[in-house]
Write a protein that binds this ligand. Structure first.
Ligand code: SAM
Length: 282
């Protein structure tokens, strides 16, 4: 069977290299190269970009990225069993694919890439969320990367794009929407993966804004949001009590009713509150 890049179909690659999926590594592989090329296209024009791919596995998405013209792909994979299969892809795309064997939570390969940098990943749920939070909270903004194209469980994707008033609205929505434009680009049923996971998935695309949408100190905003959503059913005057003395007055000063709940507050109000809290603390 011919493929988009002349390399063997992924089923053959997996059989040849004995890559039976390991649950502990969250391995649910994408084997349809048309689908992986489509995900790569979500990341936009790749021709002039370096791509960091986390968790390439047998390389379905990696091949999509390269076939779609990525200038260079740096792929970080924890499972040593995948390295031989990835080396075959590197040989088919001379000088464009570099594979690093390691844990993406322990490495920070971003410094080795040349902007514009796009990050693309189909990762296990817990690793993906942890990395997303790190990528959204660098020491300085704008970050090294210009966009993130990430596969999540559908429910996590919905939390990232959630709007005020919904159950899904919380810390992830605020962290993401404060400094990026977010959208769900694709929804995938479990059968898109081998083996199929229990739940549906979605690809979220986040584009870094040149500056945060509203002014706020990141650490203070993080504390306000953590306190507010830590007890999301409580009124803000109760959930935020420990944040600053006279919290009711502070809430009033920025036009927030102390009887409101976190779920109802738009991002702009959280940022205004973070500025007021920072001001009250001097
Ligand atoms: N990208 C491939 C695809 O789409 O078919 C594989 C996706 S699979 C859901 C997740 C991949 O991430 C696996 O190859 C797994 O070994 C790798 N992985 C899991 N945890 C990792 C970590 N902490 N650092 C790097 N890779 C990891």
């Amino acid at each position: 069977m011919s493929t988009i890049d002349g390399l063997p179909p992924l089923r053959e690659v997996i059989a040849a290299h004995g890559l039976s999926a390991k649950k502990a590594l969250g391995q649910n592989f994408l084997l349809d190269l048309n689908l992986t090329a489509k995900i790569a296209r979500v990341a936009g024009d790749l021709a002039g970009a370096d791509v960091l791919e986390v968790g390439p596995g047998p390389g379905g998405l990696t091949r999509g990225l390269l076939a779609e013209g990525a200038r260079r792909v740096l792929a970080v994979e924890k499972d040593t069993r995948c390295l031989a299969a990835l080396a075959e892809i590197a040989a088919a795309y001379p000088g464009r694919l570099e594979v690093v064997n390691g844990d993406a939570l322990a490495l920070d390969p971003l410094a080795h890439l040349t902007p514009p940098v796009k990050i693309v990943a189909n990762l296990p749920y817990n690793v993906g969320t942890e990395l997303l939070v790190r990528w959204l909270t660098p020491a300085t903004w704008p970050p090294v990367w210009s966009s993130l194209t990430l596969m999540f469980q559908k429910e996590v994707a919905e939390r990232i794009v959630a709007e005020p008033g919904s159950k899904a609205y919380g810390r992830l929505a605020i962290l993401a929407q404060w400094r990026t434009d977010v959208r769900i680009a694709l929804k995938l049923p479990p059968e898109a993966f081998t083996p199929p996971p229990k739940v549906a998935s979605a690809v979220v695309h986040l584009t870094a804004l040149p500056a945060p949408r509203f002014e706020a100190d990141p650490a203070v905003l993080e504390r306000v949001v953590a306190a507010a959503f830590g007890q999301r059913r409580k009124m803000l005057r109760a959930s935020l009590k420990g944040l600053a003395p006279g919290i009711e007055d502070l809430l009033h000063s920025v036009g927030i009713a102390p009887t409101d709940r976190a779920e109802q507050l738009p991002l702009e109000a959280f940022c205004a509150l973070a500025r007021a809290v920072a001001g009250a603390r001097g």
